[in-house]
Design a protein around this ligand. Structure first.
Ligand code: 4NP
Length: 162
């Protein structure tokens, strides 16, 4: 089975993308049709080396996903060839990624929320400056998007194998 490599990206790599990484890993773990390798990164370097924000860690712990051992890093140019998909959490992340993507590089750079079939989330809002309930909303959105994204990957892999 082909391994698909995905990189979740937000601004600081301490709130949304570590949560997306944990949720994608959990959803893929429960799915026998796909081997997914997941990492996350930030477009900015402010928090390089930091653990995820404690509010993200707590919101994910409520559904049994442990993201506490992740460490923030900044997106690198090598990521555009190393990963099959780079998943931006919001439009600013998307345009920052597209601005540094080397021409002809391998990764598909997309807005993660576009893969949600039933809801029109678009962006996963940044909960960093908001109330703690924002982190629960973020988790619910990410779960829904991750399930639909992984279903899309499975369908496209099956299409390729036929
Ligand atoms: P994230 O959230 O991009 O989801 O990790 C943020 C984290 C830190 C900051 C902004 C957003 N900051 O300005 O430090």
């Amino acid at each position: 089975m082909k391994k698909v490599k995905v990189l979740a990206v937000c601004l600081g790599n301490i709130c949304r993308s570590p949560a997306a990484q944990g949720i994608l890993q959990r959803v893929a773990q429960d799915c026998s049709d796909l081997v997914l390798e997941v990492d996350s990164a930030g477009t900015a370097a402010y928090h390089v080396g930091s653990s995820p924000d404690s509010r993200s860690v707590q919101a994910l712990a409520k559904v049994g996903v442990d993201i506490s051992s992740q460490q923030a890093r900044q997106v690198s140019i090598a990521d555009f060839d190393c990963f099959d998909w780079i998943l931006a959490m919001d439009n600013e992340n998307l345009s920052n990624l597209r601005a540094i993507q080397p021409p002809g590089s391998h990764a598909k750079v997309v807005l993660f929320g576009e893969y949600c079939a039933d809801a029109d989330f678009g962006e996963v809002q940044d909960p960093y400056y908001g109330k703690s309930n924002g982190f629960n909303l973020m988790r619910v959105q990410l779960q829904q998007i991750a399930e639909d994204f992984i279903n899309t990957l499975i369908l496209s892999e099956q299409g390729l194998r036929r």
